[in-house]
Design a protein around this ligand. Structure first.
Ligand code: SAH
Length: 348
């Protein structure tokens, strides 16, 4: 069967067999990719209009107890100047973000246990109180169910926890032995169960990734049916053991993003910073491939360069206002505008 036919089947049935996924991912041409992108962006425009949701991301700590092999802020990278923002700093970022029109704040960080459950819940509650009309998203890694529940009760609405890879063995090659694929997958289920809008996702082209693993990722995403999907290319960081691995391929990333949109029309799909880093116009291309979310940086300029998950990360030079202006321009270039408002997941 032709790849275009497979894309049509995905569009009609919202699912493919393992063999069909594998064929698509292994043999797609530029033309197939363009076909998928056109279909995916039409689906997104039909749902959301030519509008892109902006979420302000606050990278509140680069201190991490984990040693994920790909990640620039892994515990054993001694070259990183470590920082953590205070609750006051975080609230200041929110205030600036609110003025700029953001109605979603994403708190992302390493697994920094200085932020105990109580401290974290306190921060969430303070933001909730100051900005009752805003969504609060956490991206702080793995914790116990009771902790997730506590943050939810304090006012958090959404949680981003990429599964990184749906293949357990592959997971083991990207992470140190003390980290468990089963635990991470279980966290995702618990988060959903508690009532969060949940995002999973993976890197494209991470070391040792095979097309078969991407098939597993797509089948996992199909079954899990997340509210958000975070996908970007792997980018090597010079101070990690994966420094000599190549970056993930832009076209493969774009194709997978389109397939996600076609499979799950209502999903919130960010065009990621990593995509904008491997290619200057990557985030525009992401939108043209079916993405509908962009997450500009709201962290204080003074810490931006310290939150380097990978080399040459874009957006570390501009302050929040300049960053949003540039991204707004980029979106305008391709005929899209910025949507303020919480932009919650909506199913019908
Ligand atoms: N500590 C949190 C946040 C992790 S950073 C957590 O565990 O969820 C957010 C995402 O950045 C990660 O989930 C990972 O997919 C991505 N990331 C990390 N290192 C990267 C790299 N070198 N290239 C591309 N993406 C990377």
């Amino acid at each position: 069967m032709q790849n275009k036919e497979l894309i049509d089947i995905l569009n009609a049935e919202k699912t493919l067999s393992k063999e069909q996924w594998l064929q698509l991912i292994c043999s797609f041409t530029d033309e197939d990719r363009q076909y998928a992108a056109n279909l995916a962006s039409a689906i997104a425009v039909e749902r959301f209009g030519r509008k892109i949701f902006f979420r302000g991301i606050i990278e509140f700590t680069n201190i991490c107890r984990n040693d994920c092999i790909y990640c620039g802020i892994r515990r054993s990278n001694n070259c990183v100047g470590r920082y953590r923002l205070t609750e006051e700093d975080i609230l200041e970022c929110c205030a600036e973000g609110y003025d700029l029109g953001y109605r979603t704040f994403v708190l992302q960080g390493g697994e920094d246990m200085w932020f105990t459950d109580d401290r974290m819940a306190h921060i969430v509650a303070s933001i909730r109180k100051a900005y009752p009309d805003c969504a609060i998203t956490l991206s702080i890694g793995e914790r116990e169910r009771a902790s997730y529940q506590q943050f939810y009760d304090a006012g958090a609405d959404r949680f981003l926890l990429r599964h990184e890879t749906a293949d357990e063995e592959h997971y083991g090659r990207l992470h140190p032995p003390e980290l468990s694929w089963k635990h991470r997958m279980n966290c995702l289920r618990e988060l959903k169960d508690i009532g969060y809008q949940v995002g999973c996702g993976m890197m494209i082209g991470s070391p040792y990734q095979k097309p078969e693993y991407l098939v597993e990722d797509m089948m996992f995403i199909h079954d899990f049916h997340p509210h958000m999907i975070g996908i970007g290319p792997f980018i090597p960081h010079g101070d990690t053991p994966f420094r000599d691995f190549p970056a993930g391929d832009t076209n493969l990333t774009l194709f997978i993003l389109s397939l996600c949109r076609i499979m799950q029309p209502e999903v919130l799909l960010p065009s990621t910073t990593a995509l904008g880093t491997v290619q200057g116009d990557g985030r525009k291309l992401g939108v043209l491939a079916g993405c509908n979310v962009i997450m500009p940086n709201l962290s204080p300029l003074s810490v931006r360069k310290k939150y380097m998950l990978y080399d040459h990360k874009v957006g570390t030079e501009d302050d929040a206002r300049a960053g949003i202006r540039k991204l707004t321009e980029q979106m305008k270039d391709i005929g899209y505008e910025i949507e303020v408002g919480r932009g919650d997941y909506q199913n019908d």
